[in-house]
Design a protein around this ligand. Structure first.
Ligand code: ZN
Length: 225
């Protein structure tokens, strides 16, 4: 292939059909994290690597994300039956992607993960990332729809460790705030702020976010006043 300044080709062997393919990944020097949104969406300068996280096999349509664990043996039978056999068409998402194509890749990964009965938290994180991509597209309505599904899924999830559990509790409160469900947000943030068990990291995130919200809300009220 010709040398590409922005991407390199990552070689993959499909877990499902076992065929080889290569898919674009952003070259490490082509992006930089410059900030983080309040729901942990990284803000990048340069090309957004989030768009290239899911690899989609151009031969059979199987979609793979590194967070998946049920990628072998009996799970592949489920994926074959529930996902591969139902696919209407196989998209080629191996080169440069638009935001819409990136969204499509996560939706395929979501379907694969659901077919193989991955842990709910994996599905929740996919829904959250789809919401982020709609935010980048400035499609508020679909962003909210996916934030709502993410919250529902996080509510049904179990994290594997304390850090993961706190991240999840924070996200449920944060997403509630974004959805305008202030009571739920307040409950969630207060729990994080007042519980002795919570690490400083998440207590501080929660305190900062809740104070910021109250301050902004106060400013709006005064303006309207
Ligand atoms: Zn394949």
């Amino acid at each position: 292939m010709a040398f590409n300044l922005y991407y390199y080709e990552s070689k993959m062997i499909c877990n499902y059909c076992k065929k080889e393919y290569s898919t674009y990944k952003v070259r490490p020097g082509r992006y930089k994290v410059i900030a983080q949104d309040t729901d942990f969406m990284p803000i990048y300068e340069g090309i957004n690597p989030l768009l290239y996280e899911v690899a989609v096999c151009p031969h059979c349509g199987y979609a793979y994300h590194k967070s998946m664990t049920r990628t072998y043996g009996p799970f592949m039978l489920l994926i074959g039956e529930i996902y591969i056999n139902q696919l209407q068409k196989i998209m080629n998402l191996c080169k440069e992607r638009t935001i819409d194509e990136a969204i499509a890749s996560y939706k395929l990964a979501y379907l694969v993960a659901r077919a193989s009965m991955e842990e709910t938290i994996i599905l929740a994180n996919f829904a959250l990332k789809i919401a982020w991509l709609y935010r980048l597209k400035q499609d508020k309505e679909l962003e909210m729809r996916y934030l709502r599904s993410a919250r529902e899924l996080f509510n049904k999830s179990h994290a594997n460790n304390k850090e993961g559990e706190e991240r999840m509790q924070y996200l449920i409160a944060e997403i509630s705030l974004r959805l305008g469900d202030i009571e739920e947000a307040k409950r969630g943030f207060s729990r994080l702020i007042t519980s002795r068990e919570v690490s400083n990291k998440y207590r501080n995130y929660a305190r900062k976010r809740w104070e910021e919200y109250k301050y902004e809300n106060q400013a709006v009220k005064e303006q309207e006043g």
